[in-house]
Design a protein around this ligand. Structure first.
Ligand code: ZN
Length: 244
């Protein structure tokens, strides 16, 4: 697929998914909230989901394009390895670092590297984390075609509860606005082939309600920072989820 952009201006957010539905099920509500706030989000999907139980690649890619459109995001597909064969290796890391240099995002969101989930998700989380490092190394021969780029933040999303990093305090994003929940629900339902496998829509909405209950709002989605976040002042640090 042709590069969507090659601009010196950073893109707000770049999201990676191992399979055509991961981003939407993992944190699609946050994407809807960002695009409604006029912040661009671009998806990079690293397989066509050809090893899934339901849905063939053409259908799954069409579902993903529809879902991205419903969330107001743009999307491209790349091929690293076939579905369920992804491995952590330098060539994949460099390929992803090239994408980071081309798109130049401020915020990057990837699946969590926790092991107890689809192995492609954990591998992609590690690959993106490594790629974010390589993207800023000035002397790497394979990346000389584009200037180095340092992202500002790397967040992980969890497609299942088991994939939530146990030792990381999550950032909870309030997505309770009805139009955001509606857009997210529609985007998840666009993956009609995957909803045949399990009621993923209800599953993710229930998780979001639970995180919302912790935060004192109706729906929230958890993102897990790769490192401590830095704020200019306490006033910009949001609020704690617990109502003391
Ligand atoms: Zn997946």
């Amino acid at each position: 697929m042709k590069p969507i952009r090659n601009s010196p201006n950073p893109l707000p957010t770049l999201a990676f998914g191992a399979h055509p539905d991961d981003i939407e099920f993992g944190f699609g509500g946050v994407v809807a909230a960002e695009t409604r706030a006029k912040r661009q989000v671009h998806f990079v999907v690293c397989s066509s989901g050809e090893s899934g139980t339901n849905g063939r690649p053409k259908q799954r890619m069409a579902e993903a394009k529809k879902a991205a459109g419903l969330l107001g995001a743009t999307i491209e597909f790349i091929k690293l390895a076939s579905d369920a064969h992804l491995e952590v290796c330098v060539s994949h890391t460099i390929r992803l670092a090239e994408i980071l240099r081309r798109i130049r995002p401020e915020v990057v969101v990837a699946p969590s590297p926790v092991e107890n989930q689809h192995p492609d998700h954990a591998c992609l989380g590690k690959l993106v984390r490594d790629a974010a490092r390589l993207a800023r190394f000035g002397g790497l021969a394979e990346l000389r075609g584009q200037p180095p780029h340092a992202i500002k933040q790397l967040f992980f999303y969890a497609v299942t509860a088991e994939a939530e990093p146990a030792n990381v305090t999550p950032l909870l994003i309030d997505i309770s606005a009805p139009e955001i929940v509606a857009a997210w629900t529609a985007a998840m339902k666009a993956h009609a082939s995957q909803v045949l496998t399990r009621n993923y829509v209800d599953f993710q909405l229930t998780r979001a309600r639970l995180f919302g209950a912790r935060a004192g709002v109706e729906y929230a989605i958890a993102l897990f920072p790769n490192e401590p976040l830095v704020f200019d002042s306490l006033a910009k640090a949001g609020r704690g989820a617990r109502h003391f």
